[in-house]
Write a protein that binds this ligand. Structure first.
Ligand SMILES: *[C@@H]1O[C@H](CO)[C@@H](O)[C@H](O)[C@H]1NC(C)=O
Length: 202
């Protein structure tokens, strides 16, 4: 009787062992493979007029006025070179610039399509850039955009950006608060070895 139950349990043990092996071989989150999370917090100054203008409309949408954005049209596109600062004041320490565009990309909702490079010019990440793309519903308290890549310390970065309107300084000066959460692969950031002919990099 005892022998019978022992032999009967062997297939079950084998099943559990093979299940464990199958799970160990399965896809696990990148963080488990030694990625490094970098969190940056800063403010962005979008200035659409006056002597310190950093955001210039380059396309005026040809359609009717947008139902929720007075004076705006579907397709309106603005190119930006907005200052990024450590604190909410434009006079606080400059840490970089946000260079790119935003386009009014919804017929009915107050939604911008943002495409920009965060170019860092100070601090530990001076010279590195972060590529940010996403949907900015200006009526939402917190918007989430994607980190789709980067250069320097942000090579092969993935992650997200939480984006809030911090304050409206004037009709032309909007201050946004950004939290960037980027995961970069672990290990060396040095360029990979050159591949000549049939010799593959390890
Ligand atoms: C950032 O790097 C540039 C180029 O190497 C250098 O000229 C500049 O002084 C650096 N800025 C800071 C704040 O470290």
């Amino acid at each position: 009787m005892a022998l019978f139950s022992m032999t009967a349990s062997i297939p079950r043990v084998l099943f559990l062992v093979s299940l464990a092996l199958a799970m160990a071989a399965g896809p696990w989150p990148v963080a488990a493979r030694g990625g490094r999370l970098i969190h940056l917090h800063f403010y962005m100054h979008d200035i659409t007029g006056g002597p310190d203008q950093t955001a210039v409309q380059v396309v005026k949408g040809p359609g009717a006025v947008h139902p929720l954005m007075p004076g705006s049209h579907f397709g309106d596109t603005t190119v930006i070179d907005d200052a990024l600062t450590e604190g909410p004041s434009a006079a606080s320490r400059l840490i970089g610039r946000a260079q790119g565009t935003y386009m009014l990309a919804s017929l009915k909702e107050p939604v911008l399509m943002v495409t920009m490079t965060v170019a860092l010019t100070g601090g530990a990440y001076n010279g590195s850039t972060i590529a940010v793309v996403g949907r900015d519903d200006v009526s939402a308290g917190v918007r989430e955009l994607s980190v789709i890549g980067g250069t320097g310390a942000f090579r092969r970065a993935t992650g997200h950006v939480l984006w809030r309107t911090s304050r409206i300084e004037s009709r032309d000066h909007m201050v946004l608060e950004l939290d960037v959460y980027a995961t970069v692969p672990g290990g060396s950031l040095a360029p990979p070895p050159r591949v000549d002919g049939m010799h593959q990099a390890a």
